[in-house]
Design a protein around this ligand. Sequence first.
Ligand code: SF4
Length: 350
Amino acid sequence: MYREHTRVVQIGDRKIGGGNPILIQSMTNTRTEDVEATVEQILALEAAGCEIVRCTVPTLEAAEALKEIKKRIHIPLVADIHFDYKMAIAAMENGADKIRINPGNIGSIEKIKAVVDVAKERNIPIRVGVNSGSLEKELVEKYHGVTAEGLVESALDKVKIIEDLGYDNLVISIKSSDVMMCVKAHELLAEQTNYPLHVGITEAGTLYSGNIKSAVGLGIILYQGIGDTIRVSLTGDPVEEIKSAKRILKTLNLRKGGIEVVSCPTCGRTKIDLIGLANQVETMVQEFPLDIKVAVMGCVVNGPGEAKEADIGIAGGKGEGLLIKKGEIVKKVPEAELLSVLREELANWK
Ligand code: SF4
């Protein structure tokens, strides 16, 4: 397990690396300068289970906004910086718990040093991020295109620059929207470094394709014991990223907690609106901090058997359903009441 041997990096009051739980991150898509909107989104992300949040800092006004935002949120705040080293310094001076930079677009060594000096003084971790979209020309030529090897070399070069400046409070990320290139890059990188890795599939796409790409990519990477913090990138509401990240970690048994809903695919035997019900149940169960399995099955043929495997379940009939609890049929419930009866059971779960 690589992740048990990575260094521990403290981000605000949270730790990643060294076998600590894999933390879930997201990024706001509000204007950071708009404190109200940004705080509102971060609080929604927190409620969904986000553990670290990142905001872009493209202006001094955004850097200054971090101070106010930090007072009103409860999770570590990371500043995302591109191009302008002064923004990185201003973000740290305004309380960023970590900064994310790509030293390749910060500019001269003097500018990078100025950023590293402030990080060092305040012991603020730096995430060194490289992206397949901005791989240096020399590495593209050396490896005959954008490759996993090139991405790893680029990341390790950047890390070396910062190490040579006397700082090693670092996290590394390598991003590519090519899922299998991203997988390979992480495999190569994990062999060559013990800095904690921030893992994600970048520009993964909309909810549908982004979720599939992220689940496949993160699934393969995390299953190999690689990755200390994750972000699912989706073109959509960032709260969806948190739901997906939680589901990915839970599916890989890397996180406990939360109700798992299993439901049948429906078939010609289904006589209730099972698709509608399963979707409602999936949303409803998020209210409850239980670590159990709920089955929503369409019929009495396979339904009761499957539902019995779960802690609680429903097996649909004609205009009604059986409520099954811990393997026992409890009662018949009219279809219209199935959701509320299930909610009641969860609210009183012992
Ligand atoms: S549980 Fe019943 S309704 Fe659902 S797929 Fe199986 S046979 Fe069909």
